[in-house]
Design a protein around this ligand. Sequence first.
Ligand code: K2U
Ligand code: ZN
Length: 168
Amino acid sequence: MSLTILTYPDPRLKRVSQPVQAVTPELRQLAADMAEAMYRADGIGLAAPQIGEAIRLIVVDVTGPEQRSGLMTLVNPRLTPVPGSGSVQTEEGCLSVPDYRSKVKRHAKVRLEAQDLDGNPVDMECEGLLAVCLQHEVDHLEGTLFIDHISHLKRSLFEDKLRKRMGR
Ligand code: K2U
Ligand code: ZN
């Protein structure tokens, strides 16, 4: 089933997602559908709230839609910054905020704890694009978009641009 990615300012993108209680066949299907939607949209990450499900499930594949060799399906992911790893500024975009990119400051290294679809624990230290993508996706589970991290001036310029595009 092809999923529709919600776009700003859809209020469902602001919901805080609930923990996944159990991995069911339906959850597996949802995760597979999310990965397909992510690849089709040329994304390297997708969080369940972006397709309207307020649950703590994300898919990530930083090898990208052409290669498709690094898919991670993460249930109830938790990130903790690695002390002393510093921060990085990266140009981010979002499949739910089309045609807009802005620099965002993120932790350089994060510890990822999660479960995979078979209930096995995931516990790894991540850096680079994976660390940035994970922080972007886990933000989605809290109802936070990358545009919530930009300056007030940039945000008002973004909102003006959106209003013009929506003809208001
Ligand atoms: O969550 C999403 O909307 C997918 C995001 C994930 C992401 C954003 C910023 C930085 C890293 C990951 C993107 O739209 S996926 C598109 C993309 C691809 C490569 C690099 C940056 C953004
Ligand atoms: Zn996003």
